[in-house]
Design a protein around this ligand. Structure first.
Ligand SMILES: O=C(CO)COP(=O)(O)O
Length: 257
């Protein structure tokens, strides 16, 4: 049964391929997704491959409703930044979404709140939609610091870009302890944080799309998406398998809110 999305919000599923894939494998995965695809009415879908495969993915998805995005960007527009890609370059390629502040970049590339805020602004300035990732570590959760951590990650961006900028942005809650571990936050744990994030945005909160990420798969998607404040998912592993990706997208579409 399809119900109306909460507060008129569309649902959104974003597949983050991370540093996976090769030309032949991508072709196969994209073909399988397109062959098994059923058009969705209330759910938007995005695939974020590594930079080098953006063109390949863009070409494959040209005449279908799945959009594509990037996994990161540099905050600068152009210049002597070897190995980096700017948001204006992504816009030039026809990109729509850019993930910023993913916990793997915060932890492994040392990106701090200030850099994430600058990237977020660069994405908006390029006319693209940032997907801002926030989330706590297991140590922070155990110390009762989960919400405080998320609040400071959000405020770093709100203070830099302004609350109203979130009318054109997506927030993704990814508890670090649930990413790639097979351990999912319970729907209740996730919903509590999503509700907190929504409240942080005051009058904008009800319009904001908030995704959950961390070991989402077909077997747990329906119960997560049934929660009023969970508008969809940021998928890692499940986006690398056509059957799983399609199934999670279908769960979002038919979520009973
Ligand atoms: O990090 C994630 C998506 O950005 C989640 O990854 P997994 O779904 O593999 O846990």
């Amino acid at each position: 049964m399809t119900s109306q999305p909460s507060a008129g919000r569309r649902r959104l599923i974003v597949g983050n391929w991370k540093m996976n894939g090769n030309r032949q494998g991508n072709d196969r995965l994209l073909q399988e997704i397109l062959q098994g695809w059923n058009p969705l009415k209330d759910t938007d879908t995005v695939i974020c491959p590594p930079f080098v495969y953006l063109q390949q993915v863009a070409q494959a998805l040209k005449s279908c409703q799945i959009m594509w995005g990037a996994q990161s960007t540099n905050a600068e527009q152009a210049g002597a930044y070897t190995g980096e890609v700017s948001a204006s370059m992504l816009a030039d390629m026809g990109c729509r979404y850019v993930i910023v502040g993913h916990n793997e970049r915060r932890r492994l590339q040392g990106e701090d709140n200030a850099q994430v805020a600058a990237q977020y602004t660069a994405v908006l300035d390029a006319g693209l939609i940032p997907i801002l990732c926030v989330g706590e570590s297991s140590e922070q959760r155990e110390a009762g610091q989960a919400l405080a951590t998320i609040e400071s990650q959000l405020h770093a961006v709100i203070d830099h870009a302004g609350l109203e900028s979130f009318a054109h942005a997506v927030v993704a809650y990814e508890p670090i302890w649930a990413v790639g571990t097979g351990k999912t936050a319970t729907p209740e744990e996730a919903e509590q944080v999503h509700g907190f994030i929504r409240e942080t945005f005051g009058h904008l909160g009800q319009q904001l799309t908030i995704l959950y990420g961390g070991s989402v798969k077909p077997s747990n998607a329906a119960e997560l998406f049934a929660k009023a404040d969970i508008d969809g998912a940021l998928l890692g592993g499940a986006s690398l398998n056509a059957e799983d990706f399609i199934a999670v997208c279908q769960h979002a579409e038919s979520a009973d809110k």
